[in-house]
Design a protein around this ligand. Structure first.
Ligand SMILES: Cc1cc2nc3c(=O)[nH]c(=O)nc-3n(C[C@H](O)[C@H](O)[C@H](O)COP(=O)(O)OP(=O)(O)OC[C@H]3O[C@@H](n4cnc5c(N)ncnc54)[C@H](O)[C@@H]3O)c2cc1C
Ligand code: SF4
Ligand code: SF4
Ligand code: SF4
Length: 375
């Protein structure tokens, strides 16, 4: 039976629940809103499979990449809609054009984040853009395995721990699988996200939401904005917009107040996930390659294994140089002393009020300085 000693270590990948032959593990939300496995002990036969597929119990060593690139999607509209340079869409289109399927994180109709798969280029817009909430993986690994066994090309994207979970779940290598993870600072609580959204909609009379972007680039890639698009009562298109340093949800995220506990001891960053490629923002672009930094977004593409890259605008860069401006690739975010207080206050007074009380100017500006290479 699943034997993670400390709950804090579980990253919620759900490999154990999806692999259990007796279907006796369910993923249930704790009081912070994160999913954890719960075992029905009466059904369990103690076969040990859940322990064997757990990426936290079976950690891989860190790796060094074989190549690193600065890259952008050649389609400017897609680059504009994407969080960094839009390379995810370029890789995903190549898979779909080969008759394959692409898994990634999307909003559902209640604006919660979950993993889905798409098999046509138009639906890729649902996966595009970072959603700063832990996505529910559901039974995506099992569905991906079915496609892989049928011989379909599969591109599976997610956080490093989701890719590590997929790899352990599959228990063998597939030539038709491309596994892509994103650099991951940590994922916020789905409960904090939903509570924040309810509060902000109530306070601003927002209903009929048509789109949410955590990384809108209208005011620049580096000074990005959180945007909610909605239809007003007269039928006109309206938007709620705040830059990342002003928006209270982004402040709670960037100050490490609402991350999953395992993010402070991540089992999968630094190439430990077993992915083929990691996608990140090329923070520090103004120092690394100023001649191509137009503040419209540059992807930092890190290649861990041999494989073809699709045609895109890219140039080789030194990994060690880019790493200096993107600490999350190798280092865990610090667990804040105020984290518990933040969740407690969020329950009593709401997420906005709790963020105001628990963030300080310096907690945010440290992050700003680090990721932007301004120090
Ligand atoms: C929670 C989170 C933390 C991040 N932290 C960092 C960081 O510290 N440093 C850094 O350089 N980059 C970070 N990123 C990654 C970065 O923001 C971009 O996602 C990445 O560079 C890919 O950008 P793109 O322009 O190629 O594609 P985009 O279209 O912007 O990204 C789409 C990809 O992101 C995936 N995705 C979106 N939301 C989620 C989610 N909630 N869970 C799993 N996968 C998701 C989709 O499945 C798809 O693969 C983070 C992303 C997320 C979601
Ligand atoms: S030991 Fe086997 S039966 Fe029991 S929970 Fe784990 S996978 Fe399921
Ligand atoms: S890390 Fe994944 S496999 Fe391990 S216990 Fe948690 S949900 Fe299960
Ligand atoms: S920081 Fe690590 S544990 Fe947390 S969501 Fe990202 S990959 Fe998973």
């Amino acid at each position: 039976m699943i034997g993670i000693i400390d709950k804090k270590d579980c990253c919620g990948c759900s490999a154990c629940a999806q692999r259990c032959p007796r279907h006796c593990i369910t993923m249930q939300s704790d009081k912070e809103g994160f999913l954890y496995p719960v075992v029905d002990k009466h059904q369990c036969t103690d076969c040990g499979l859940c322990n064997r597929v757990c990426p936290v119990i079976n950690r891989k060593p860190a790796q060094q990449p074989i190549a690193a690139y600065a890259a952008t999607n050649s389609n400017q509209a897609i680059r504009e809609q994407s969080s960094s340079g839009g390379i995810f869409t370029q890789l995903a289109e190549a898979t779909i054009n080969d008759g394959g399927v692409v898994f990634g994180a999307a909003f559902n109709k209640n604006w919660e984040v979950e993993h889905i798969f798409v098999d046509n280029v138009d639906d890729l817009s649902r996966l595009r853009g970072s959603k700063y909430v832990q996505s529910r993986i559901g039974n995506s690994y099992a569905i991906a395995e079915k496609f892989l066994k049928e011989g379909k090309e599969v591109l599976f994207s997610g956080t490093p721990c989701q890719i590590a979970g997929l790899k352990r779940f599959l228990r063998k290598e597939y030539d038709n699988l491309k596994a892509i993870d994103i650099a991951c600072h940590g994922t916020p609580s789905p409960w904090i996200w939903k509570s924040y959204l309810d509060e902000i909609c109530h306070a601003n009379n927002i209903s009929n939401i048509s789109g949410i972007q955590f990384r809108n680039k209208t005011e620049g890639w580096k000074r990005y904005s959180f945007v909610i698009k909605y239809t007003g009562c007269n039928g006109q298109e309206c938007e709620f917009r705040e830059t990342m340093d002003k928006n209270l949800f982004m402040k709670s995220f960037l100050s490490d107040l609402c991350l999953r506990p395992s993010c402070h001891k991540c089992p999968a960053r630094s190439g430990k996930s077993g992915s083929d490629i990691t996608l990140a923002d090329l923070w520090g672009a103004q120092h690394i390659c100023p001649e191509i930094d137009d503040d419209k977004g540059l992807s930092f593409v890190i290649v861990w294994r041999d494989g073809n890259m699709p045609q895109c605008n890219m140039r080789a860069i030194p990994y060690s140089e880019a790493l200096k401006y993107n600490p999350s690739l190798e280092h865990d975010s610090r667990e804040r002393k105020r984290r518990k207080k933040f969740f407690r206050l969020a329950k009593r007074k709401g997420v906005c009020q709790s963020t105001v009380q628990c963030t300080t100017k310096s907690s945010l500006s440290m992050f700003w300085k680090k990721i932007k290479g301004l120090f």
